[in-house]
Ligand binder design. Structure first.
Ligand code: BTN
Length: 241
Protein backbone atom coordinates (compact mmCIF):
# COMPACT_ATOMS: atom_id res chain seq x y z
CA UNK A 1 0.00 0.00 0.00
CA UNK A 2 1.62 3.24 -1.09
CA UNK A 3 -1.36 5.46 -1.83
CA UNK A 4 -4.59 6.00 0.08
CA UNK A 5 -7.35 8.11 -1.48
CA UNK A 6 -10.10 9.34 0.83
CA UNK A 7 -13.44 10.86 -0.22
CA UNK A 8 -13.27 13.20 2.76
CA UNK A 9 -11.18 13.57 5.91
CA UNK A 10 -10.62 16.16 8.62
CA UNK A 11 -6.88 16.49 7.91
CA UNK A 12 -4.61 14.20 5.90
CA UNK A 13 -1.73 15.01 8.30
CA UNK A 14 -3.84 14.00 11.30
CA UNK A 15 -5.07 10.87 9.52
CA UNK A 16 -1.46 9.77 8.95
CA UNK A 17 -0.67 10.37 12.62
CA UNK A 18 -3.42 7.91 13.52
CA UNK A 19 -2.50 5.14 11.09
CA UNK A 20 1.27 5.41 10.58
CA UNK A 21 2.18 2.72 13.10
CA UNK A 22 0.00 0.25 11.19
CA UNK A 23 1.71 0.87 7.85
CA UNK A 24 5.00 -0.84 7.02
CA UNK A 25 5.93 1.30 4.01
CA UNK A 26 8.76 3.75 4.57
CA UNK A 27 7.01 6.16 2.21
CA UNK A 28 3.27 6.41 1.68
CA UNK A 29 0.70 8.97 0.57
CA UNK A 30 -2.80 10.06 1.58
CA UNK A 31 -4.82 12.18 -0.86
CA UNK A 32 -8.20 13.87 -0.56
CA UNK A 33 -10.12 16.54 -2.44
CA UNK A 34 -12.34 17.23 0.53
CA UNK A 35 -10.43 18.18 3.66
CA UNK A 36 -12.75 19.53 6.33
CA UNK A 37 -10.36 20.62 9.10
CA UNK A 38 -7.07 21.37 7.40
CA UNK A 39 -4.22 22.75 9.42
CA UNK A 40 -1.67 25.32 8.24
CA UNK A 41 1.60 26.70 9.54
CA UNK A 42 1.63 28.56 12.87
CA UNK A 43 -1.59 26.87 14.05
CA UNK A 44 -3.60 28.54 11.31
CA UNK A 45 -6.52 26.89 9.51
CA UNK A 46 -5.99 25.68 5.93
CA UNK A 47 -9.25 26.20 4.10
CA UNK A 48 -10.03 24.33 0.94
CA UNK A 49 -13.43 24.28 -0.79
CA UNK A 50 -14.72 20.69 -1.21
CA UNK A 51 -13.73 18.94 -4.44
CA UNK A 52 -11.93 21.94 -5.86
CA UNK A 53 -8.40 21.37 -4.63
CA UNK A 54 -5.82 18.71 -3.80
CA UNK A 55 -4.79 18.12 -0.20
CA UNK A 56 -2.30 15.39 0.44
CA UNK A 57 0.24 14.20 2.96
CA UNK A 58 3.34 12.10 2.67
CA UNK A 59 4.57 9.91 5.49
CA UNK A 60 8.32 9.37 5.28
CA UNK A 61 10.14 7.14 7.72
CA UNK A 62 13.88 7.53 7.06
CA UNK A 63 15.78 4.25 7.29
CA UNK A 64 18.83 5.84 8.86
CA UNK A 65 17.59 7.91 11.74
CA UNK A 66 18.84 11.47 11.80
CA UNK A 67 21.07 11.58 8.73
CA UNK A 68 22.86 14.90 8.55
CA UNK A 69 20.57 17.84 7.86
CA UNK A 70 17.72 15.62 6.70
CA UNK A 71 15.06 18.13 7.79
CA UNK A 72 16.71 20.97 5.88
CA UNK A 73 17.10 18.86 2.76
CA UNK A 74 13.52 17.67 2.95
CA UNK A 75 12.23 21.22 3.33
CA UNK A 76 14.03 22.43 0.24
CA UNK A 77 13.32 19.34 -1.85
CA UNK A 78 9.56 19.44 -1.25
CA UNK A 79 9.35 23.05 -2.44
CA UNK A 80 11.53 22.28 -5.46
CA UNK A 81 9.39 19.30 -6.52
CA UNK A 82 6.25 21.43 -6.24
CA UNK A 83 7.93 24.08 -8.32
CA UNK A 84 8.55 21.50 -11.06
CA UNK A 85 4.91 20.43 -10.87
CA UNK A 86 3.65 23.99 -11.39
CA UNK A 87 6.25 24.69 -14.08
CA UNK A 88 4.99 21.67 -16.04
CA UNK A 89 1.51 23.24 -15.92
CA UNK A 90 3.07 26.44 -17.34
CA UNK A 91 2.15 28.53 -14.31
CA UNK A 92 4.01 31.85 -14.71
CA UNK A 93 6.41 33.55 -12.29
CA UNK A 94 6.66 30.76 -9.71
CA UNK A 95 8.75 31.35 -6.60
CA UNK A 96 9.32 29.80 -3.21
CA UNK A 97 8.42 32.13 -0.39
CA UNK A 98 10.61 31.28 2.59
CA UNK A 99 10.23 28.99 4.40
CA UNK A 100 7.95 27.00 2.13
CA UNK A 101 5.02 28.58 0.36
CA UNK A 102 4.72 28.46 -3.39
CA UNK A 103 3.80 31.71 -5.13
CA UNK A 104 2.79 32.62 -8.63
CA UNK A 105 3.05 36.33 -9.39
CA UNK A 106 3.33 36.99 -5.63
CA UNK A 107 0.15 35.06 -4.74
CA UNK A 108 0.10 31.81 -2.81
CA UNK A 109 -0.98 28.73 -4.75
CA UNK A 110 0.36 26.07 -2.42
CA UNK A 111 1.30 25.66 1.24
CA UNK A 112 3.43 23.08 3.01
CA UNK A 113 3.28 21.87 6.60
CA UNK A 114 6.07 19.54 7.68
CA UNK A 115 5.74 17.80 11.04
CA UNK A 116 8.21 15.37 12.54
CA UNK A 117 8.01 12.94 15.40
CA UNK A 118 10.98 12.24 17.60
CA UNK A 119 11.84 8.97 19.32
CA UNK A 120 14.86 8.68 21.63
CA UNK A 121 16.30 11.93 20.27
CA UNK A 122 16.09 10.86 16.65
CA UNK A 123 13.60 11.76 13.94
CA UNK A 124 11.28 8.81 13.68
CA UNK A 125 9.15 10.05 10.80
CA UNK A 126 8.05 13.09 8.86
CA UNK A 127 4.52 13.97 7.88
CA UNK A 128 4.62 16.37 4.97
CA UNK A 129 1.26 18.01 4.26
CA UNK A 130 0.70 19.85 1.02
CA UNK A 131 -2.30 21.90 -0.06
CA UNK A 132 -2.61 22.99 -3.68
CA UNK A 133 -5.17 25.52 -4.89
CA UNK A 134 -6.36 24.06 -8.18
CA UNK A 135 -9.96 24.87 -9.22
CA UNK A 136 -11.04 27.15 -6.36
CA UNK A 137 -11.95 30.61 -7.65
CA UNK A 138 -12.61 32.72 -4.54
CA UNK A 139 -10.63 32.87 -1.32
CA UNK A 140 -12.86 34.62 1.24
CA UNK A 141 -11.12 37.92 0.93
CA UNK A 142 -7.59 36.49 1.23
CA UNK A 143 -5.99 38.74 -1.36
CA UNK A 144 -2.68 36.92 -1.50
CA UNK A 145 -4.13 33.56 -2.55
CA UNK A 146 -4.70 32.27 -6.04
CA UNK A 147 -5.37 29.04 -7.92
CA UNK A 148 -4.31 27.26 -11.08
CA UNK A 149 -7.77 27.85 -12.54
CA UNK A 150 -7.68 31.59 -11.89
CA UNK A 151 -4.24 31.81 -13.46
CA UNK A 152 -4.71 29.61 -16.52
CA UNK A 153 -8.49 29.85 -16.98
CA UNK A 154 -8.90 26.07 -17.18
CA UNK A 155 -10.72 23.65 -14.87
CA UNK A 156 -8.32 20.80 -14.12
CA UNK A 157 -8.96 17.10 -13.58
CA UNK A 158 -7.91 16.53 -9.97
CA UNK A 159 -7.24 12.81 -10.52
CA UNK A 160 -4.86 13.53 -13.37
CA UNK A 161 -2.95 16.09 -11.34
CA UNK A 162 -2.80 13.86 -8.24
CA UNK A 163 -1.34 11.05 -10.32
CA UNK A 164 1.36 13.41 -11.51
CA UNK A 165 2.09 14.58 -7.96
CA UNK A 166 2.28 10.98 -6.76
CA UNK A 167 4.81 10.24 -9.52
CA UNK A 168 6.91 13.31 -8.79
CA UNK A 169 7.08 12.50 -5.06
CA UNK A 170 7.25 8.71 -5.28
CA UNK A 171 11.05 8.58 -5.20
CA UNK A 172 11.41 11.21 -2.48
CA UNK A 173 13.38 8.76 -0.30
CA UNK A 174 15.94 8.13 -3.04
CA UNK A 175 16.21 11.80 -3.97
CA UNK A 176 16.80 12.88 -0.39
CA UNK A 177 19.71 10.49 -0.09
CA UNK A 178 21.22 11.32 -3.47
CA UNK A 179 20.97 15.11 -3.58
CA UNK A 180 23.45 17.16 -1.60
CA UNK A 181 22.66 20.12 0.62
CA UNK A 182 24.85 22.22 -1.65
CA UNK A 183 22.86 21.33 -4.77
CA UNK A 184 19.48 21.77 -3.08
CA UNK A 185 20.48 25.09 -1.53
CA UNK A 186 21.65 26.45 -4.88
CA UNK A 187 18.37 25.46 -6.58
CA UNK A 188 16.30 26.71 -3.64
CA UNK A 189 18.02 30.11 -3.67
CA UNK A 190 17.68 30.42 -7.44
CA UNK A 191 13.93 30.13 -6.99
CA UNK A 192 13.51 32.09 -3.79
CA UNK A 193 11.10 35.02 -3.74
CA UNK A 194 12.69 38.39 -3.14
CA UNK A 195 16.34 37.43 -3.13
CA UNK A 196 18.44 40.61 -3.37
CA UNK A 197 15.46 42.89 -2.78
CA UNK A 198 14.48 44.83 0.29
CA UNK A 199 11.58 42.90 1.81
CA UNK A 200 9.02 43.60 4.52
CA UNK A 201 9.24 41.39 7.59
CA UNK A 202 7.71 41.41 11.04
CA UNK A 203 8.58 39.70 14.31
CA UNK A 204 7.68 40.16 17.99
CA UNK A 205 9.42 43.55 17.84
CA UNK A 206 7.30 44.88 15.00
CA UNK A 207 7.80 45.57 11.31
CA UNK A 208 11.14 46.06 9.60
CA UNK A 209 12.77 45.91 6.16
CA UNK A 210 15.61 43.53 5.34
CA UNK A 211 17.39 41.58 2.62
CA UNK A 212 17.76 37.80 2.65
CA UNK A 213 21.44 36.85 2.80
CA UNK A 214 21.27 33.11 3.34
CA UNK A 215 18.92 30.32 4.29
CA UNK A 216 20.71 28.51 7.10
CA UNK A 217 18.46 25.61 8.00
CA UNK A 218 14.84 24.48 7.80
CA UNK A 219 13.90 27.19 10.31
CA UNK A 220 16.70 29.73 10.34
CA UNK A 221 17.44 32.56 7.93
CA UNK A 222 20.17 35.19 7.85
CA UNK A 223 18.98 38.71 7.04
CA UNK A 224 20.70 42.02 6.48
CA UNK A 225 18.90 44.53 8.70
CA UNK A 226 20.25 48.10 8.78
CA UNK A 227 23.65 46.84 7.60
CA UNK A 228 23.78 44.18 10.33
CA UNK A 229 23.68 40.46 9.62
CA UNK A 230 21.17 38.81 11.96
CA UNK A 231 19.78 35.28 12.22
CA UNK A 232 16.03 34.80 12.68
CA UNK A 233 13.87 31.80 13.50
CA UNK A 234 10.84 31.00 11.33
CA UNK A 235 8.66 30.66 14.46
CA UNK A 236 9.11 34.38 15.04
CA UNK A 237 9.41 35.88 11.59
CA UNK A 238 6.87 36.66 8.94
CA UNK A 239 7.71 37.74 5.44
CA UNK A 240 5.03 40.03 4.02
CA UNK A 241 4.33 40.10 0.32
C1 BTN B 1 0.38 26.60 5.17
O1 BTN B 1 0.70 27.22 4.16
O2 BTN B 1 0.01 27.18 6.18
C2 BTN B 1 0.49 25.10 5.15
C3 BTN B 1 -0.75 24.48 4.64
C4 BTN B 1 -0.71 22.98 4.61
C5 BTN B 1 -2.03 22.39 4.22
C6 BTN B 1 -1.93 20.91 3.98
S1 BTN B 1 -3.33 20.28 3.15
C7 BTN B 1 -2.83 18.65 3.46
C8 BTN B 1 -2.26 18.63 4.86
N1 BTN B 1 -3.27 18.40 5.86
C9 BTN B 1 -3.42 19.44 6.69
O3 BTN B 1 -4.22 19.49 7.64
N2 BTN B 1 -2.58 20.42 6.33
C10 BTN B 1 -1.76 20.04 5.21
Amino acid sequence: MKLIKLNAIDSTNDFIKKIKSLVDDKLFFVFTYNQTKGRGQMNKVWESQPNKNICFSICYKPIKSNPKQMSFKLNMLISLILLDFFKELKIPDIKIKWPNDILSAEKKISGILIESSIKSNNINDYIIGIGLNINQESFNGIINANSVKNILGINYDLNLLSNRLFKLFSNLDRKIEQLSIKYLKKKYLENLYGLDSLLKFSNYNGKFKAKIIEVISENKIKLLVDNKELIFDSDDLKLHI
